[in-house]
Each structure stands twice: as C-alpha cells, then as structure tokens.
Design a binder for this molecule. Structure first.
Ligand SMILES: NC(=O)c1ccc[n+]([C@@H]2O[C@H](COP(=O)([O-])OP(=O)(O)OC[C@H]3O[C@@H](n4cnc5c(N)ncnc54)[C@H](OP(=O)(O)O)[C@@H]3O)[C@@H](O)[C@H]2O)c1
Length: 295
C-alpha cells in the first residue's frame, strides 16, 4: 500500500509549515493549505513553493486524500468534525494530527466516514520555520499511533522525512506524552533547580551552567551506557545520610522554597538506589526519615 504523495495542511504554524517544506523536499506535493488566517496559509504555500490557499478547511481537505491537521491541540477535534460534516473527507482520505498528548480518537468523525486516521508525533521542539534552515525532522524519533492503514502510511511519511518511527498503542498515548514532558520539560526544571543552588553558592547563571555541563553530559552518557538504575551515583546511592542531612539543613535555612522538592526527589532517588539491593538497610531508614514530607 503506497501513500498518495499529494497532501493538504490545515493549520499553518510552526509544525504545519515545516512539514510542508520538508515533505516537499522529499518528493511529496503540497496541494492545499488552510489556516485560521489567510496570511499564515499564504506564507506556508510560499515557503513550500506550491499549493493553493483555501479559506475553507472543507474544500482544502477535499482537494487531496492525505490531510494533516496541524492546528493547536484544542482545535483538532473541532476542525476534523467540521471537515467531516462538510463532506471534505471520503473513505480514501488519510487524516493525521501531530499532537503528542492526543490520540487518533479525536479524529473519530473522519474515521466514521471510512477515512484512515492516525497521529504522528515528532519528538522535537519546533521553532517558527526559517528559510534555508536544516530539516528539524532529520534523524529524530517520531511516534505513530492509530488504525493499521494510517500507521502503515505514517511509516512511509516518517521514512521520507529521514526520521525513525516507532508505534504506540492508542490507549498509551497520554502516558507516552507524560514521559516526553518529564524527559524534556522536567529536565529543564531540574537543571533550573541545580543552577539556583549554585547561584546561591555565589556563581552566576552563565558560569554555573558551564561548570555543571560536563556533569550533566556525563550522567546522560552513563544512563545511555548502563541504564537509569545503574547510572545512579552520589550520597543517596552510597547511603550517606549525614551528607543529605547537611544539604537539607542548608536548603531549609537558605532556600526553603526548595525544601519539599529536594525531599520528593530524594525519596524517589532512594527507591531507585534500593532497587539495586546494595543499600545498607540502616542507612535506608535514616534517609527515608530525612526525606519525609514536612508540609
Ligand atoms: N511546536 C512544537 O514543538 C511541536 C512539537 C510536536 C508536536 N506539535 C504539535 O503540532 C501541532 C501544531 O503545533 P504548532 O506548534 O505548530 O502550533 P502553532 O505554531 O500555534 O500553529 C498552529 C496553527 O494553526 C492555526 N489555527 C489555529 N486554530 C485553527 C483553526 N481552528 N483552523 C485552522 N487553523 C487554525 C494557527 O493560526 P493562524 O492561521 O492564525 O496562524 C496556527 O498557524 C499541535 O498539535 C502540537 O501539539 C508541536
């Protein structure tokens, strides 16, 4: 089963434009664009080098069988329903959205008509498209979820983009997205926490990051080489409750806004250390007491 290479973009923002530009570079043809504002759709068509701009999403979707709904998440279900009710989809349509958090179930109005529906989620942060930029899809991982036909066709799209695909079950889409948020956004939160502590130690933000960077990179390398459980080092892994008690004494006194966060992270870290079964049981109890919630 080969995919029709003519496609439509509904929602011409960061992802919609990038998808149009880089699919065009890889032999696909943008046929139609529609966005909330005509200017965004015209800009997308200009960047992709071809395609007709429609004011109405129904006509845009009806002009070809492969349709990407790249609006914000909150709009996907309503846009799909609007097109489906207006006769913009047929049984030959293949409809994708690119949300990480939502599954293909939000495209159910298209599926009822017989269209193949799926979600394609690139694990990448997309900035607004800039002319001549390198492809943000190249070499990244992209999840596929949805009906069998959509997933099979999605694989061809991901291959064409020079990315790597993997599939997730529809029911697991939310948990999958939570994982991406923890891995990316909460890593930023964690490093912000570390930098705040170092700034309190008298080091400015720029130099603080430079100092921590090799440690951060080395830790990531260790996770890759040994897995997240065996990569754990430091006072919790060693069962050194005295050092942790000192940390908490200073944090509670100087930066009490971080007291609870340090304890919550410590508690979870203790569970990881304990799962290795090389932690002394006396030290484990002392650490568990130190990490107890004080709120
Ligand atoms: N950006 C990322 O890093 C990233 C990464 C992975 C997945 N995604 C997913 O990609 C999708 C698009 O995100 P984005 O970052 O590209 O958002 P964005 O930059 O805000 O673009 C969304 C576009 O949709 C248009 N739009 C809004 N409501 C519409 C409607 N009812 N009908 C038609 N067009 C509408 C917007 O309006 P105008 O026409 O007014 O411009 C805008 O151009 C989302 O599902 C998001 O979760 C984004």
């Amino acid at each position: 089963m080969n995919i029709s290479k003519q496609f439509c973009i509904i929602g011409c923002g960061r992802l919609g434009i990038s998808l149009a530009v880089f699919l065009s570079e890889r032999g696909f043809t943008p046929v139609s664009f529609c966005s909330r504002s005509g200017d965004s759709a015209k800009y997308a068509a200009a960047m992709a080098g071809r395609g007709i701009v429609y004011e109405d999403a129904i006509s845009a979707a009806a002009s070809c069988s492969l349709v990407f709904i790249t609006t914000p998440d909150t709009q996907i279900e309503g846009v799909c329903e609007h097109i489906a009710k207006g006769g913009g989809f047929t049984g030959d349509s293949v409809v994708f959205h690119l949300s990480g958090a939502l599954s293909s179930s939000v495209l159910k109005t298209a599926r009822k008509i017989g269209a193949a529906t799926g979600s394609i989620h690139p694990l990448q942060a997309f900035a607004p498209y800039e002319k001549e930029q390198k492809s943000p899809f190249s070499g990244i991982n992209i999840s596929l979820e949805g009906g069998e036909r959509a997933v099979a066709l999605g694989r061809q799209i991901v291959d064409a983009l020079g990315a790597k695909s993997f599939t997730i079950p529809t029911r697991a889409k939310t948990i999958y997205h939570a994982s991406a948020v923890v891995a990316s956004n909460y890593l930023v939160t964690l490093e912000h926490f570390a930098l705040s502590l170092l700034e309190k130690a008298g080091l400015g933000e720029e130099v603080a990051y430079t100092i921590l960077e090799p440690l951060i990179q080395g830790t990531l390398n260790n996770i890759k080489a040994r897995g997240s459980i065996n990569a754990l080092t430091g006072p919790v892994a060693r069962g050194d409750d005295k050092i942790i008690a000192c940390h908490l004494e200073d944090i509670d006194k100087i930066m009490p806004q971080f007291s609870q966060l340090y304890r919550v992270l410590g508690k979870y870290t203790l569970e990881i250390a304990d799962s290795r079964s090389d932690l002394d049981s006396g030290a484990k109890e002392k650490l568990a007491r130190l990490f107890q919630d004080r709120s």
